[in-house]
Ligand binder design. Structure first.
Ligand code: SF4
Length: 244
């Protein structure tokens, strides 16, 4: 970790940075690699750092493995919209046992039944943005309350909308830092790490689902499609709204 990060930026980054400060911080963090970025974030933000883990992506499992080795007490949370695959819930329980962690779940205020009564049986079909706002965005807002930074498993190679991703950004939607330690990793690099370190991963990845979300909005992908092609397939929607 170099002197600039230790002495200059570190003392300032709790507040919204200027564009120039963010550029400088990114230039430094880009040299550190994922573990270095995580180590820096844990050192800098301490208990004000949260890590999102969906139990439905390979990147978050790499980050979880790296982070728990650095700080077994790191705050881990996940969103449970109520529509995850049964395999994902079972995998969550397996990961909890494997790492001895206690991730905090954040759920929507409306149960699926209450949502159906208020907005119709299939809100995800006729207004998926509204559905994601209720079942993901608002719970994520609660998950991030009181934090100064959060870690997510975003990578540049996941979709065209993520091609300009950097190690750290100011998250305008949630008003804190968002850190992406795997920003420049490829899917292949993620798999190399998973296999080398024997990190558990969701069994649905071996059944054509490289990216997993809710059952209503996730389909398997075919060869040649990008890893998120199965999310909201057939709809004019590529993100749930957490990661703009
Ligand atoms: S991914 Fe689909 S089902 Fe899940 S919250 Fe978004 S629209 Fe609703």
């Amino acid at each position: 970790m170099n002197e600039l990060i230790q002495t200059d930026i570190i003392n300032q980054v709790v507040d919204k940075p200027t564009a120039a400060e963010l550029d400088r911080l990114n230039a430094e963090l880009a040299e550190l690699g994922p573990q270095g970025i995580l180590k820096w974030a844990i050192h800098k933000f301490g208990p004000k750092l949260g890590m999102a883990c969906s139990f439905g992506g390979i990147s978050c499992m790499v980050l979880l493995d790296m982070a728990v080795r650095l700080d077994p007490q790191i705050r881990i949370f996940y969103l449970d919209p109520g529509f995850l695959f049964p395999e994902t819930y079972a995998f969550r329980d397996e990961v909890i046992r494997h790492y001895g962690i206690n991730p905090q779940a954040f759920r929507p205020w409306l149960t699926p039944e209450e949502q159906a009564a208020e907005y119709g049986e299939t809100l995800w079909e006729h207004d998926p943005d509204k559905c994601c706002a209720i079942r993901k965005i608002e719970p994520n807002q609660r998950a991030l309350e009181g934090l100064q930074a959060w870690v997510a498993g975003l990578r540049r190679d996941q979709s065209v909308t993520r091609q300009n991703l950097r190690p750290i950004e100011w998250d305008k939607k949630f008003n804190l830092y968002k850190i992406s330690p795997l920003w420049d990793w490829t899917e292949e690099m993620v798999w190399v790490y998973l296999r080398a370190e024997q990190v558990p991963y969701n069994p649905l990845h071996d059944q054509g689902y490289p990216s997993l979300g809710c059952t209503h909005c996730t389909k398997p992908v075919v060869a040649g499609e990008d890893s998120r092609a199965g999310r909201w397939s057939g709809k004019n929607k590529t993100e749930c709204g957490l990661h703009y």
